[in-house]
Design a binder for this molecule. Sequence first.
Ligand code: 4AD
Ligand code: MG
Length: 477
Amino acid sequence: MTSKTVAELLSQEVTLQEVTIKGWVRTFRAKRFIALNDGSTINNIQCVVDFENFDEATLKRITTGAAIHVTGDLVESQGKGQSVEIVVKTLEILGDSDPETYPIQPKKHSFEFLRENAHLRTRTNTFSAVMRLRSSLSFAVHKYFNENGFNYMHTPIITGSDAEGAGEMFKVTNLDAKNPPLNEDGFVNYKEDFFGKETNLTVSGQLEAETYAMSLGKVYTFGPTFRAENSNTSRHLAEFWMIEPEVAFMDLAGNMDLAEDFMKSVLSYVLEHNKEDLEFLDKRLADEDKTKPQAERSAMGLVEKIKFVVDNNFKRVSYTEAIDILKSSKPNKKKKFNYIIEEWGADLQSEHERFLVEKHFKCPVILFDYPANIKAFYMRLNEDGKTVRAMDILFPGIGEMVGGSQREERLDVLKEKMKALDIDEEELWWYLDLRKYGSAVHSGFGLGFERLVMFATGMSNIRDVIPFPRTPQNAEF
Ligand code: 4AD
Ligand code: MG
């Protein structure tokens, strides 16, 4: 008799056989029916206890949250909605759970409450489904790149460079807080903070990934990134995971093709492999939708939305075209898109992006060729001298999912740009070397993994798709 998971037991053909299983009690009804979950699937297995065979003291300890070990016969179930159940022969309490204090009761809890109990929230259906999907998507990411000839590269977490030039970095320091080195003006000399060098937690692995693309050809990173922006939105974290492919000899059009193919591939993977979790989340959203006024309800269900993205082409639109669309749209006084006019040269606000994807195109949109002065220094300048080969991919309900570009490969143009932005050439000597020795067209993008998980799970707050969110409010765990 081997120990099996609930997922394995539920997918088996029923033949009367003795099984053994360990898991956590979700509910115990009528001193008879245990709903047992072990995290392997959204479904519980029902364990039927003949209470006459067990002493009262043991029965009392079968409480929500308790860890138990059951052996019994797997039989066809008489109950609705389950194929098999276990008729319990032996039952061992592995770990008690005091029903008075256990925070996860068998009822609906708010996501805010569960966020405060992030160490236990994966014992609920919603969060276990979300985190299984997150795991599955991670696997699909590696699978895609592996099957397409990419090398997985680990970029440094502690770094001296600000890849984005946005100044949103967390400092890394080994300074003695009580006795820090001071500069001539009496201020702390942070230049000496990490063994004599100013360093930060990485905001992006891109610059380092470029070095490997220029030798290994096709590479990608998939790791934690940090942004010290004090933004309290449902789409920003201080610590998030980013996927960054970088490819030599690939231009912006190739970059768009890669991003689109990649996203469709990983989403198809979960459609195929996470059916039950997706169906559960789909139903959760449908139920939530029913409580909303008609106008705010979603036109498509979760699975339908994912299928739509997989089956349809992303719309490719230049920044200039997008501005024309925004300018010709009437200002909408309604709350959500209250100001949709924009002038050429301005950075798009999230309400502009939402208007474009949710109201105008109603599908994922790849915006490209942005004005040079609103984008990072490393992007390839177009022949018009004022736009760069940048692309952002915008998703309905999410906003910006991907940011990427073709990189400036011409040494003189790059140096000029760095000079204009006051970026020290000496700090990035190694980055400039790539343009000195065997330079070539190359491109890449960064995809915020949590935003992808939000799209695939229908969760509306980014704090609910990462195990232990790091935001200005959440750093407990
Ligand atoms: O647009 P970003 O800043 O681009 C880069 O960092 C480039 N160096 C990437 C590259 O070309 N290799 O960030 C990329 C993506 C965004 O589109 C967004 O999905 C996500 O990372 N992102 C965040 N996700 C969660 N919380 C935050 N604070 C995020 N900031 C960016
Ligand atoms: Mg961006």
